[in-house]
Design a protein around this ligand. Structure first.
Ligand code: ADP
Ligand code: MG
Length: 498
């Protein structure tokens, strides 16, 4: 991949942005925390502090919720037509594209990911979320119903915005996760409070400036930075918030659900995964091998839908595992800002400790290290892309979400789809599942048997046009597609006796 990763102008804008202590966006103004507190933002490639962000807590969340409530109930936003909202969303998408160099560099410095990945996936992908959802703004309708009882009636539904929505997002795709929630919420006519992850607040804050530039009314989008246990918890338990949409760990998802019981706010949860990739003996290995490798090493494995459990038929197992290991060894590991880097550092000190803990647990449990297995001896949070083979289902590396570049591989000799799918489904998660076979019958039979929100056949990847979400402890509800925007609405039934 050879693309110009950043421009001189993008670099200058990003540098200027980092030099200024960042604030919260509340009611159309940039304000410091009520407490005056700030927290450092780190570059994962060298562990150095690159910026200061405002440390928000309950007091700041209270102000942001009040602003979002006022903007939802009064002001220009509720009076705008869906097509006016759509136009603003398109303008924001164009602004993101126009600032792509700068945003990509900020994302790389903040999260660690390769600049070419940020420039090709995260930033244009974020713009696309706004464009796609702009199209839904004008297509959210109720229905008319034929009455089930005798008499003259007119019965219909109205589809209304759910209200003030809290958006709590993780650090793996900082801008894209923010866009993924903000775009449908705004398309539906809601107002929002975004709480970016404390590890990666920067691109959300730059987005806030673009939101002001393109002319969203004040209070429609509020952004409060801070920690999960304080700012995030205050948002999720707030009685003035009508809905929380959360992406993150299953553990925190459960806390959010508890916090939501106070006012029974609506909750959408997109949580962890331990997604299987199943390779049948007839699979096109030339495509399956790089897909299996990308499925676990893309974004340094920090992907909720990563294909972290590989099951391959014994006839192709060795070739596959060897191929994935070779792919891993060819990845250029380094700081994301270097143009040829394929594989950047993990996001944080906490995350490197977590992943190295699993590397040790896997080796201790007797899994065979095919490649990798170690932290790199250099500054920053670098770990080797790792393949474990001959793993069994009682190992923690097979059962638990690692959220890092660690694949566990085991073989099967069965032809019985029931047995194969039982193994794949033997997990508390159910986010995605991946299948490689040329046999249409097997593909569709397996797609039915797998307990996962998304099943990919001979591919790795998602699309905005199809719903995304989890079975079991991978979440509640769906994002993307019609479902993803309707989740920010309420249905009101109107019954008229004629
Ligand atoms: P990780 O452990 O990988 O950082 P988390 O699920 O903890 O993932 O974090 C995802 C998002 O949830 C972040 O924005 C974080 O600040 C937020 N968060 C963490 N704990 C809480 C909490 N108790 N209540 C609300 N939000 C939280
Ligand atoms: Mg956490």
């Amino acid at each position: 991949m050879n693309i110009p990763v950043t421009s001189v102008e993008g670099k200058k804008l990003a540098t200027d942005f980092l030099a200024t202590p960042r604030k919260h966006l509340i009611n159309g103004k940039w304000v410091a925390s009520q407490s005056g507190k700030t927290f450092p933002v780190y570059n994962p490639a060298d562990g150095q502090v690159i910026a200061q962000a405002a440390e928000g807590d309950k007091a700041d969340i209270d102000l942001a919720v009040a602003a979002a409530r006022a903007a939802f109930e009064r002001g220009p936003w509720p009076k705008m037509t869906p097509s006016q909202r759509a136009k603003l969303l398109w303008k924001l998408a164009d602004a993101i594209d126009a600032h792509a160099d700068e945003l990509a560099l900020l994302e790389t410095l903040d999260n660690g990911k390769p600049l070419k990945l940020a420039r090709m996936a995260d930033i244009p992908g974020s713009a696309e979320k706004f464009r796609y959802n702009a199209g839904w703004a004008t297509k959210l309708n109720g229905e008319t119903m034929s009455a089930n009882k005798p008499g003259d009636w007119h019965m219909y539904t109205l589809r209304e915005p759910v209200g003030v929505v809290g958006l709590i997002v993780p650090w793996n795709f900082p801008l894209m996760m923010a866009a993924n929630k903000m775009a449908p919420a705004l398309a539906a006519g809601c107002t929002v409070i975004l709480k970016p992850a404390e590890q990666t607040p920067l691109t959300a804050l730059r987005l806030g400036e673009l939101i002001q530039e393109v002319g969203f009314p004040e209070g429609v989008v509020n952004i409060v930075t801070g920690f999960g246990e304080t700012a995030g918890a205050a948002l999720s338990e707030h009685p003035g918030v009508d809905k929380i949409s959360f992406t993150g760990s299953t553990e925190v998802g459960k806390l959010i659900l508890k916090a939501a019981t106070g006012n029974l706010k609506r909750v959408t949860l997109e949580l962890g995964g331990k997604s299987p990739i199943i390779i049948f003996p007839d699979a096109d290995l030339d495509r399956a091998i790089p897909a299996a490798a990308n499925g676990i090493f893309f974004n340094s494995g920090q992907v909720c839908a990563a294909s972290s459990r590989l099951y391959a038929h014994k006839d192709v197992f060795d070739k596959l595992v060897e191929g994935v290991a070779k792919h891993a060894e060819k990845l250029k590991v380094g700081p994301g800002t270097e143009p040829d880097t394929d594989f950047g550092p993990l996001v944080s000190q906490e995350q490197i400790e977590r992943v190295t803990g699993y590397l040790k647990a896997g080796a201790d449990a007797g899994a065979r290290v095919v490649t990798g297995g170690k932290r790199l001896d250099r500054e920053g949070y670098f770990v080797q892309p790792t393949v474990f083979a001959d793993t069994s289902h009682d190992m923690s590396i097979v059962r638990e979400e690692i959220f890092g570049p660690v694949l566990s591989a085991s073989s099967f000799s069965d032809d019985d789809l029931e047995q194969i799918s039982a193994k794949a489904n033997d997990t508390t998660y159910g986010l995605s599942a991946y299948l490689w076979t040329q046999n249409l019958g097997i593909a569709h039979k397996m797609a039915k048997k797998l307990k996962a929100g998304t099943v990919c056949v001979n591919t790795f990847g998602l699309d905005l046009a199809v719903p995304f979400g989890g079975y079991k402890q991978s979440g509640w509800g769906r994002e993307n597609a019609r479902e993803g925007v309707e989740t920010y609405t309420e249905i009101k039934s109107v019954i008229v006796g004629l």
